[in-house]
Ligand binder design. Structure first.
Ligand code: BGC
Length: 789
């Protein structure tokens, strides 16, 4: 096989978890970690399979309290295929001599290949080559081909394939004290001809699952089902020089699927109707080829290879199949159990990329939020406020899923978790509604569900703001910003901080957009909406006033992260860096020392600086101007400098945001952060967390860094603005995108020449703005713009 690949050599138990995450195969509907089929879950291996949006809630006893947690459920393992030489034991790399081991993730065709040599008892070597796919065209199918060749002597070999229902959610050590037994009512059975099945359901959410598999080999297949495992076996005779092939074809359905009777029947029928491995592989590769064409990102060199891997995992989590599902953006992909498969604000780093390639997927992800608008309104009401308060962590039904306690593995203490006070997640939803509509021109959505969300989120902000006569400004108090290290004032009894600059500025933006939209709505729709939400007559005027008077605190000539931030102590960064190998999780270090990060000017990740990520410099200036503040380049540069020296980057999102804004504010320093974002998962920079799932926001964010960050590409008011910024290490790139119904628009930058190619169609020209000039690019034409040195 040729084409871009991701390769691992040798068997290294300590790296296995990381490889499993990075070799996950998925299709947006479900995904399976790249675990070895002969290994069950233990301290080294963790073969997880997750179907998007399938959660279950359980209650556990922790630190003397009953806590409830909703988890994305680990499904029965469809991978098992183990081998046993006559008179020997089942072969695993942990118990048998391994003569070679090689694992290759082939990105273009979406295949995982593994080759292992096992030394056999009594002499000889068994060469195992496996090819695995999770089908991108038929999202319910997966397949595993195993090719067996013996060297040195002839051997009898038993091959056993199974669907294993004896799984729990136990992939994250920190969560082990929580109940992870989500599945119940396991049954197995045989369906003629030659297919076995397993069905089960979740304990509380009552989602049922049906899996079926069919083994194909040049030998009679024996059914040997057990209570919790659907099993097929074959006895093979291997002679040197002749390769024997065993194919396992698997189908998965859940009770959430449309157009099925029940999941078990659907799975059995699906696997029966499935063609052989070669045909499956072909149709799978064809589906991938189409995806790559829509989403290609042409960047040379090492950065390009990493970006391609990131794109691969983004598309495996959020594929065209996602458009049919009721799911959000899982922060850690469908690749592991960290954060329990929950949905955070990370879609802020994902949707802007998808909007320009797979807008129907963005649309579906926004509909996930819209279906949970009532839950968000309920959450606001519970706080005595109107509007919608989206949860910091969201799962099945849109209630707040943030854990009440979290474990600091350094101190072993369970601590109260106040991150649910990150109300800014609502602004991320609103921002995504707006960006999606700007990129697609989808006014149906903007005037429909989009407007409902935007108005309710705006209303929540207006109701959260209280007027402070002394300051003569509005304030939003008792929140937590994106830097979740600071969750209270030092010594305070109640959690929350006042006037988080990011929260206030984005709230002002939401209010402004909501007013703009209200004015732009066709009159009948405006009536519907205002009647529907009971918008009082004076509310728009109040929104307008708040959008102009929210307080933004300053200290020492820079924007303060929140009111009082300037009074916090300086941390001795050098001393901590010397004392600890890695200070990314400074919060845990300080807590374990009996101190608290709340006392210091020390942030986990970009907070104030997020403003430079979301808004171009002119837009940010005008937002500040509307709020009555003059934001000049000097103040912004000083603000960047201030936080740059006081951030530990305890989230993969931080390197990305810093790289993005430094590319404009301090180019020489940008690359180090871009690299941190590029290497975050492949090098597992957050200290072992990638093995628990990839960081989807950072992965998608790096794609968007090229797409929007470096080009300054901004779809706005029907015009495509560009404001390219040179980054020497990423100086040539190209990508196709979709914009306002134009398919395959191609942007290319090479040797200071920027080209935009608009394919022929009957659509209107695209207005492209470069700095102050707007030029119309007619379909069928290419615009060439020479950038200054
Ligand atoms: C970050 C959040 C992020 C979450 C999920 C946390 O570590 O601080 O900003 O939403 O991870 O990715």
């Amino acid at each position: 096989m040729t084409g871009p690949a991701w390769e691992y050599d040798g068997y290294r138990p300590q790296e296995e978890r990381l490889r499993e995450s990075l070799c996950t195969l998925g299709n947006g509907y479900f995904a399976t970690r790249g675990a070895l089929p002969e290994c069950a879950a233990d301290d080294v291996h963790y073969p997880g399979t997750y179907a998007a949006g399938c959660y279950n809630r359980l209650t556990s006893e922790i630190a003397g309290r009953r806590v409830e947690n909703e988890d994305m459920v680990n499904l029965p393992n469809w991978l098992p295929l183990r081998l046993r030489p006559e008179g020997g034991d089942w072969l695993t790399p942990d118990t048998a001599p391994v003569t070679e081991h090689h694992q290759v993730l082939h990105l273009d065709p979406g295949l995982l290949e593994r080759r292992t040599g096992y030394g056999l008892p009594g002499g000889g070597t068994l060469h195992v080559r496996q090819l695995r796919l999770v089908h991108m065209a038929d999202p319910h199918l997966a397949a595993l081909r195993t090719e067996l060749t013996v060297e040195g002597r002839a051997v009898g070999l038993e091959a056993e394939a199974a669907l294993d229902g004896r799984v729990t959610n136990s992939g994250v050590a920190r969560y082990r004290e929580l109940d992870g037994r989500h599945l119940t009512r396991l049954h197995t059975g045989t369906a003629a001809p030659g297919t076995v099945w397993l069905r089960c359901r979740t304990r509380t959410s009552e989602i049922s699952f049906g899996l079926a598999h069919r083994l194909t080999a040049d030998a009679p297949v024996i059914h040997a089902n057990e209570a919790h495992r659907a099993v097929q076996r074959v006895h093979l005779r291997l002679v040197p020089g002749r390769t024997v092939t065993v194919d396992k074809t698997v189908a998965l359905h859940t009770s959430r699927d449309p157009a099925i009777g029940d999941p078990r029947h659907a799975a059995v029928e699906r696997v029966d109707a499935a063609p052989g491995f070669d045909a499956l592989r072909e149709s799978h590769a064809a589906a991938w080829e189409q995806l790559w064409r829509r989403c290609a990102l042409e960047v040379p060199g090492e950065a390009g290879s990493i970006l391609r891997l990131h794109l691969f995992h983004v598309l495996q989590t959020l594929s065209p199949h996602t458009a049919d599902l009721d799911v959000g953006v899982p922060a850690r992909g469908l690749h592991g159990e960290a954060y329990r498969g929950h949905v955070f604000w990370d879609e802020l780093f994902v949707l802007p990329y998808l909007n320009l390639h797979l807008p129907e997927v963005s649309h579906a992800l926004l509909r996930y939020r819209h279906r949970r608008l009532d839950a968000a309104r309920h959450a606001a009401r519970e706080r005595g406020r109107r509007g919608a308060l989206y949860p910091w962590q969201s799962g099945s039904d849109g209630r707040e899923e943030t854990q009440e306690l979290h474990l600091n593995p350094r101190s072993g203490r369970w601590l109260p978790d106040h991150s649910h006070l990150q109300h800014h997640v609502g602004s991320a939803v609103a921002y995504n509604v707006w960006q999606y509509c700007e990129a697609t021109g989808d006014t149906e959505f903007l005037h429909g569900e989009g407007a409902e969300m935007l108005l309710h989120i705006a209303r929540f902000w207006a109701d959260s703001a209280c007027y402070d006569p002394a300051l003569r400004r509005h304030r939003i108090r008792g929140v937590v910003g994106p830097d979740e290290y600071h969750d209270a004032y030092p010594g305070a009894r109640t959690p929350g901080l006042d006037d988080n600059a990011y929260t206030n500025v984005t709230a002002a933006w939401v209010l402004t957009r909501a007013l703009e939209l209200l004015n732009a709505l066709p009159e009948p729709r405006r009536r519907e909406l205002t009647d529907g939400i009971g918008l009082e007559q004076d509310e728009p005027a109040r929104w307008d006033e708040i959008s102009r008077t929210l307080h933004v605190p300053y200290h020492d000539g820079v924007i303060s992260q929140f009111e009082g931030y300037g009074d916090l102590a300086e941390l001795d960064w050098a001393a901590y860096r010397e004392r600890y190998e890695d200070i990314r999780r400074l919060d845990r270090i300080l807590e374990a020392e009996g101190d608290t990060v709340n006392r210091y000017k020390a942030s986990k990740q970009a907070d104030v600086l997020m403003l430079g990520y979301l808004f171009s410099a002119p837009e940010l200036r005008s937002l500040f101007a509307r709020l009555g503040y003059h934001l000049d380049d000097r103040t912004w540069a000083a603000t960047v400098d201030h936080y740059l020296h006081r951030t530990s980057h305890g989230s993969t999102l931080s390197g990305l945001v810093h790289g993005w804004i430094l590319a404009r504010a301090r180019r020489a320093d940008a690359w180090a952060f871009v690299q941190e974002a590029l290497r975050g998962d492949i090098a597992d920079l957050q200290g072992g967390t990638t093995g628990e799932g990839i960081h989807l926001g950072a992965m998608a964010g790096t794609l968007d860094l090229v797409q929007r960050g470096l080009t300054g590409l901004e779809p706005r008011a029907g015009v495509l603005s560009l404001d390219p910024v040179p980054l020497p290490e990423l100086s040539s790139y190209g990508f196709p995108f979709r914009y306002h119904g134009h398919w395959g628009v191609h942007l290319r930058l090479r040797s200071g020449l920027l080209e935009i190619d608009v394919p022929a169609s009957d659509r209107s020209p695209i207005g492209v703005r470069l700095w102050d000039e707007v030029i119309p690019v007619v379909p069928g034409e290419t615009a060439r713009l020479v950038l200054p040195e």
